[in-house]
Design a protein. Sequence first.
Length: 388
Amino acid sequence: MSNYQPKPEHKFTFGLWTVGNPGGDAFGQAVRAKLSPVEIVRVLAEVGAYGVNLHDNDLVPIDATPGERDRIVAEFKQALQETGIGVPMATTNLFGDPVFRDGAFTANDPQVRAYALQKTMRAIDLGVELGAQVYVFWGGREGVESDASKNPLDAGKRFRDALNFLCEYARDQKYDLKFALEAKPNEPRGDIYLPTTGAMLGFIATLDHPEMVGVNPEMAHEQMAGLNFMHAVAQAWDAGKLFHIDLNDQNFCRYDQDFRFGSHNWKQSFFLVKFLEDVGYAGSRHFDAHAYRTEDAEGVKDFARGCMRTYLILKAKAAQFNADPEIQALLAEIHADDAGVAPLLGAYSREKAGALKQHAFNRIALGNRGMQYERLDQLVFDLLMGVR
Ligand code: GLT
Ligand code: MN
Ligand code: MN
């Protein structure tokens, strides 16, 4: 057990909305007492987390007066100072209030779009005041139920205009802040625009300041769409855009379950952790999940401890994979270069193209080769199950 204790260098974070989730759902009321932000910070310190993330209204109610805001923020800062918990990421609630029933930045009503900008600028100020260096945009309501209501090209332009405006705002304020866009295919809207991390990456290239903007891929959101999360993360990493990550779990193609990290897809979770550790991802490991509705306050702590413990166990398993002589020998064989063909691969040259066109391949022999992936995959299973 002591091997898997969370430490600050692991950068484990939770949102106020995650450990503070009182367990209500679309069919039933809350089952746990609502914790204040200060109480949540104390819980996170108790379980060994490094940081807390928040939406503006997780901390400051939407209708708070400026005086109330300042008092709440001061009390929260005091709790942060006492516990050593930091705020690495902040975001805006652009989905809870009825004003956002048709979206925020993409809403058809220009007043709503302007209000969303105002709310986000104020929330950015709050996040920066608390020390956040990453600012997440999850466009939960940026979508439609009926395509009769909105043209996706208009929606895309409005979303782009809003992000361009907010990038300029952050630059104008001299904030040391990066934006991270979080995709989700549906829920709460029937369809949400830019539904996958891959779609977000394509969109970022169309912005005025693409260097300021990356992604915050969420495991469960890609799984809702039936996708391989680690592949999405790898693409984001390759593009230099992995600014943040939301870790959780769920069954494929279901509603947004937001289960404890590692609770369902052990193998996928393993390869994800292995990827993050192998490439040296240095950002927060944010658990955007919540405890089962069956849990009480102690169960919420079990949930939070479980997310971190599972990550650390999988990290140890990844190190074991990388050091396992049989696995590594097999991989060396599988990945071996072929001196005969090496000069024909790589960057284009006219000579190379000519030589390649002439080269005689033994297609039948190549097609008959076994790959040994069955053996390799079983070794992974044995390793994960602890029988290796
Ligand atoms: C909401 C959503 C999450 C987002 C959060 C940030 S809020 O809980 O389900 O995936 O990351 O806005
Ligand atoms: Mn989710
Ligand atoms: Mn998320």
